[in-house]
Design a binder for this molecule. Structure first.
Ligand SMILES: C[S@@+](CC[C@H](N)C(=O)[O-])C[C@H]1O[C@@H](n2cnc3c(N)ncnc32)[C@H](O)[C@@H]1O
Length: 274
């Protein structure tokens, strides 16, 4: 019996990722990247990743008031943001990611931990208790939402901001100079020392990318885990048009360097007295 390669998105049929999963034991768990076992894997292999941190902090520093971090996950950006010594609302849909975030917050000095409120919520509908000075949606997570939900998230974020507040977000782009877009597999070592086999595939229409991560062999009686995610490539022109339609003024865009994928950073403002 082979592992449930069919549990991967149908678009991955015939890929090296699907073949690698099919070769795993039959009890292998295949799940979304942010489901319980996937969340642990995501957290382990992104813990040391500092992408976007400096760029986002630079933008947020120029604002005042509470920071609303959308799709905070296990806190990769949350902890650097807490270093700004501002109140922070960290919102995420995944209970598993939030549990990892809360575990890490509990290790902070009490005064620092008290500045962060971790909330389970959907960023397309979440209403902050008070208007915030800055909202952040990093790690190109806007790309996880289809267009209608993305537009709802932008409207909701505009409502959550105080007049004069900023929204800083990043979106995944395929690098203009990316030559070879063939599927590739690489070994990545997580913070725990575990080794992961990561497959990266660009969709044939270049509208997005798939990531498939094969977790390590956990030993006798512990099933292997494979997690996957699909990240849309949101054209910058489409995103800025949607920001404008939601009421924002787009003030600044920048391309953050990347070898195959480049993130575009956008700073938009809700006009009004600061
Ligand atoms: C790529 S991870 C980024 C997490 C974190 N910002 C980081 O840098 O590691 C995307 C996160 O978005 C969350 N997410 C996806 N859709 C969401 C939604 N509609 N509302 C809230 N969170 C969502 C997932 O649970 C996941 O934690």
């Amino acid at each position: 019996m082979s592992a449930p390669a069919e549990a991967l998105p149908a678009q991955l049929a015939g890929s090296a990722a699907a073949r690698a999963v099919a070769a795993l034991p039959a009890d292998t768990l295949v799940c979304d990247m942010y489901e319980p076992r996937g969340a642990e894997i995501y957290h382990d292999f992104t813990l040391g990743d500092t992408s976007e941190v400096r760029d986002i902090l630079r933008e947020v520093r120029a604002s005042t008031g509470t920071v609303l971090e959308l799709a905070a996950g296990s806190g990769r950006l949350t902890f650097p943001l807490l270093g700004l010594r501002r109140e922070l609302l960290a919102v995420d849909l995944s209970e598993s990611m939030l549990a990892l975030l809360r575990e890490r917050l509990a290790l902070l000095p009490a005064a620092a931990a008290a500045r962060c409120t971790a909330v389970r919520g959907d960023i397309t509908t979440y209403a902050a208790p008070e208007p915030v000075g800055a909202a952040v949606l990093g790690t190109t997570s806007v790309s996880l939402l289809g267009r209608a939900r993305r537009q709802a998230m932008l409207r909701r974020t505009w409502q959550n901001l105080a007049p004069g507040g900023i929204f800083v977000l990043t979106t995944a782009q395929i690098s203009a100079d990316a030559g070879d877009l063939a599927e590739r597999a690489l070994q990545v070592r997580g913070a725990s020392g575990s080794s992961y086999q990561v497959h990266d595939l660009v969709a044939p229409d270049r509208a997005g990318r798939y990531t498939v991560v094969l977790g390590p062999d956990g030993g006798p009686g512990v099933p292997r885990t494979v997690c996957h995610s699909y990240i849309r490539v949101v054209p910058l022109a489409e995103l800025t048009a949607d920001l404008t339609a939601a009421g924002f003024t787009v003030e600044h865009t920048a391309t953050l360097p990347g070898e195959r994928y480049a993130a575009a950073l956008v700073r938009a403002r809700k006009e009004g007295a600061r």
